[in-house]
Design a binder for this molecule. Structure first.
Ligand code: AMP
Length: 263
């Protein structure tokens, strides 16, 4: 398993898939699917879980939309638009491509899962929300002063907070996680292995809408060193994401099953 998202950007996907002879805990063949927004969308569709509508052209925008630049680092340069006109006023010169998604109104929740092929069990390790500039700072400016300042919201990730969700949401959380794991096996036979993350918005109707999949460890697990409430309740001791991976490797070695947890 590649330790951090940013690490992937230093290596070409071809290099990871073909030339990297060291076995990785995880499924390296899924990286292509998480890094390409069109493929990722197909994965979400196959999973049959709620995801934001995608507007194929700016002319289709008929409600709140978020414009995501391809290759953007941590939400930098994203903007919101309410109509086609609004889009063209804000877009400027968009080089390198973009995707326009329905903007889901609710709160962000990032679920850190771990799928163990050895026990065939999906675990919820932890949950975070990100601290994004400047969107998370806009509420600090009185609403009456905001229009005069002409603020353009942006979504640049600068940190992560731990979250514990209402218990009644957990059934839905495991359901979407299991569906994403099942769909991953139609993409690459071994499917998801080990840590992965679903990036979601939870609406006021308690519907969890997934807008992104990360098929690897995410930085949002960092606040959970050495442990999270979820892993502590499951294991009765401190377990971080890194330690959970180490446990899987140890179990695979003990049962001569390394093939099952690596690609
Ligand atoms: P991303 O680069 O896709 O992880 O998105 C960066 C940030 O933009 C997220 O952490 C959310 O705050 C916000 N965001 C992304 N997609 C949506 C969406 N469809 N609706 C509402 N907010 C979103």
């Amino acid at each position: 398993m590649v330790p951090h998202g940013s690490f992937i950007s230093y290596l070409s996907l071809d290099f990871i898939e073909q030339d990297f002879n060291v076995p990785l805990v995880g499924n390296k063949y899924l990286f292509k699917w998480e890094s390409d927004r069109t493929l990722e969308r197909r994965w979400l569709e196959d999973a049959g879980i709620p995801f934001p509508r995608v507007y194929d052209t700016p002319g289709e925008i008929d409600g709140p939309a978020i414009v995501k630049l391809f290759g953007a680092k941590g939400g930098q340069g994203y903007f919101v638009a309410n109509s086609s006109r609004d889009f063209h006023e804000r877009a400027g010169n968009l080089e390198g491509g973009y995707q326009i998604q329905e903007y889901i109104i609710g709160v962000p929740l990032y679920f850190h899962f771990f799928y163990s092929p050895l026990s065939d069990e999906l675990e919820l390790l932890s949950i975070d929300k990100r601290y994004e500039s400047n969107i998370d700072g806009i509420g600090r400016i009185p609403a009456a002063d905001q229009p005069a300042l002409g603020i353009r919201p942006s979504y640049t990730v600068v940190g992560n907070f731990p979250v514990v969700v209402r218990e009644s949401l957990l059934e839905q959380v495991f359901d979407i996680g299991e569906r994403v794991v099942a769909a991953s096996r139609t993409i690459s036979p071994k499917g998801l292995i080990g840590p992965f993350c679903l990036e979601t918005i939870c609406t006021s109707d308690m519907e969890i809408v997934t807008f992104e999949i990360s098929a690897r460890i995410v930085a949002g697990t960092n606040p959970f060193v050495p442990s999270s409430p979820y892993t502590y309740f499951k294991y009765g001791k401190d377990i971080s994401c890194g330690r959970r991976i180490a446990m899987e490797i140890r179990d695979a070695l003990a049962t001569e099953s390394m093939e099952e947890v690596t690609t």
